[in-house]
Write a protein that binds this ligand. Structure first.
Ligand SMILES: NC(=O)c1ccc[n+]([C@@H]2O[C@H](COP(=O)([O-])OP(=O)(O)OC[C@H]3O[C@@H](n4cnc5c(N)ncnc54)[C@H](O)[C@@H]3O)[C@@H](O)[C@H]2O)c1
Length: 260
């Protein structure tokens, strides 16, 4: 699973999944450009992983910001071979009829438009290298509806559609585009939802989540990152346009209610 000599731009790299992806890619021999809205968080991550990681303050929902980030990363490292479009936001569970337009637009702007802009502006940089690999962090909610998560599910379905479309358009340029679809991962995002559900007195997020996961636990950020390292490496050379569930078996089917 070598990514040696390659340069990767990772968005949402101040978050736990993004930071784990940066560490995995660096361990595989890649150089990394870390992008996030949270520049302080990025600097901490970069300090922790060492090497010549560069930090880029970026709002993925803003076209100019995304474009400048890709250009700055390419300029800093001399090339770009890998893009990991991982920045994302969620919101506490809310019935669809109560979701306000501002929240809906905010989630779509980051999770859907952000992926569109990332793909659009990575394309010329990867094409210049004669090819590359892009991984989009979607979610199990990119493949199914989920009560209370209308905007998030809509945004992650859009992310899946965008990555499949890019894969078809860019296979001719040797650019592979795949989507990962994690179930719950033990990170700040899930912990924030847990806290919100506790405050609202609704069902416990972890208990409810684990009860429908055959493996009976959430993923770690490291498990997600190792898969991304594989997908971005040349070992995954025939994979493009695919969606990969990383969900402990959650979407494989309904679990038995009792022992049998
Ligand atoms: N944690 C989970 O259970 C889970 C499950 C499935 C999918 N995901 C997806 O994985 C990705 C990473 O999630 P995480 O759990 O590491 O969350 P996180 O909240 O720890 O990290 C997300 C990062 O994205 C950054 N970000 C948010 N908006 C941004 C913007 N407009 N521009 C640039 N950066 C921005 C944040 O600053 C943060 O550092 C997200 O796309 C999320 O939807 C997470």
């Amino acid at each position: 699973m070598l990514v040696a000599g390659k340069v990767a731009l990772i968005t949402g790299a101040a978050g736990e999944i993004g930071a784990a992806i940066a560490r995995q890619l660096m361990e595989g021999g890649a150089r990394v450009a870390l992008a996030d809205k949270n520049i302080e968080g990025l600097r901490e991550i970069a300090g922790g992983i060492g090497g010549d990681a560069t930090c880029h303050e970026c709002d993925v929902s803003d076209e100019q910001s995304m474009k400048l980030t890709v250009e700055a990363a390419e300029m800093a490292h001399g090339r770009l071979d890998i893009g990991v479009l991982n920045a994302g936001i969620s919101a506490p569970r809310t019935p669809l009829e109560e979701v306000d337009v501002t929240t809906y637009d905010r989630i779509m702007a980051v999770n859907a438009r952000g992926v569109f802009l990332g793909l659009k502006h990575l394309f010329p940089a990867l094409k210049r290298q004669g090819g590359g690999s892009i991984v989009v962090t979607a979610s199990t909610e990119g493949l199914r509806g989920n009560a209370g998560l209308a905007a998030y599910a809509a945004s992650k379905h859009a992310a899946v559609a965008l990555s499949k479309t890019a894969a078809i358009e860019w296979a001719q340029h040797n650019i592979r585009v795949n989507c990962i679809n994690p179930g719950p991962v033990d990170t700040a995002m899930i912990r924030a939802l847990e806290q919100a559900s506790r405050q609202a007195g609704t069902a416990d997020v972890r208990e409810r989540g684990v009860s429908i996961i055959p493996m009976k636990r959430f993923a770690t950020a490291e498990e997600i990152a190792k898969f991304v390292r594989f997908l971005t490496s040349d070992d995954a050379s025939y994979s493009t346009g695919a969606t990969y569930l990383l969900d402990g078996g959650m979407l494989a089917g309904k679990m038995a209610l009792d022992k049998f």
